[in-house]
Ligand binder design. Sequence first.
Ligand SMILES: *Cc1c(COP(=O)(O)O)cnc(C)c1O
Length: 377
Amino acid sequence: MIPYGRQNICEDDISAVVDVLRSDFLTQGPKVYQFEQAVSEYCGANYAVATNNATAALHIACLALDVSDEDFVWTSANSFVASANCARYCGAQVDFIDINKSTGNISIEALTEKLSLARQSDTLPKVVIPVHFAGQSCDMEALHKLSLVYGFSIIEDASHALGGQYKQKPIGSCRYSDICVFSFHPVKMITTAEGGMAITNSDVLDKKLRLYGNHGIVKESQALAPWFYEQHALGHNYRMPDLNAALGLNQLSKLNEWVEKRNQLANFYKHHLASLNIECLTIIEDCTSSYHLFVILLAKEKRLAAYQLLKSHGIATQVHYIPIVMQPDYQALGFSVEQLPTTQQYYEQCLTLPLYPDLTHEQQGNICSLLATLVND
Ligand SMILES: *Cc1c(COP(=O)(O)O)cnc(C)c1O
């Protein structure tokens, strides 16, 4: 079976992990620190806090920005459930911004309208969480401008987007946000098995992220005795082990090559699908996508048939995403997808084709030929 995405593990990744197994520290050793340094340097940001997954990083990002049960947090419904759940862990009420169908990213027009209505009803969000869908940045400069007018903070859910660029800067530079979060789940750009990271340029936020990800414990107040530590807040154990960090560090050295390869494979798809009149997501000016996902938009009636046809030939596709508002747990909160007409339309048409560095043009050609038989009948 050709999967829609998969990790790339080489012998050097394996030895990096085995070296840690033979060392003194399986967790809280030097590799986590080195991995944090390497990612923050890659992004051109000041601080990075490694966590045991991106969901945990999103949670401590909300805590660091003081999200509580009095607050509203907005995100995109075209995302994985974690983008919204993180705010609910803090007791906040979540709401969703509609998207642009051609990118899958939040629509700045829809957001602008929603903000002006929220001002009238005194329900402005404390935090907005843009999701850089498929690896392409949202319009961060426009979002940042709105944040200055309406006074919200910004957490980028860049789980898809490590290695992508926005306005000539790496995603994760936090030029237009408070915190940026990456995921290192195996289908993402690089992997640590489970793992995530929160990036920031703020010294204050860095300290708070570390506090909430490590039981709320601080070790600086050691005046009393060298073994002393104090719990200053109710935190969590969200630490990344050294084993995982060693894998991530080694994977990071291959990231640029993989982004290039993914872009090259994406161009192959685009070229071949254009002749079939199959619509692909658009990359806007100022953006270089990491191409975590390659998404096409099919006629509504053809989507299931395409999924089944490819599957019968050993090719897995996927739908990114079932809108979060359609999940039973969100339906129970009163959400409905009709409130997000573009998200709904997009959902009915989208299909993610296989894309990962080891995919071959031959396999891609085969996928395109199968799609051709479908769209032509
Ligand atoms: C994968 C993903 C997450 C969660 O990442 P984990 O590391 O699995 O917790 C959050 N948001 C988005 C958009 C994702 O794709």
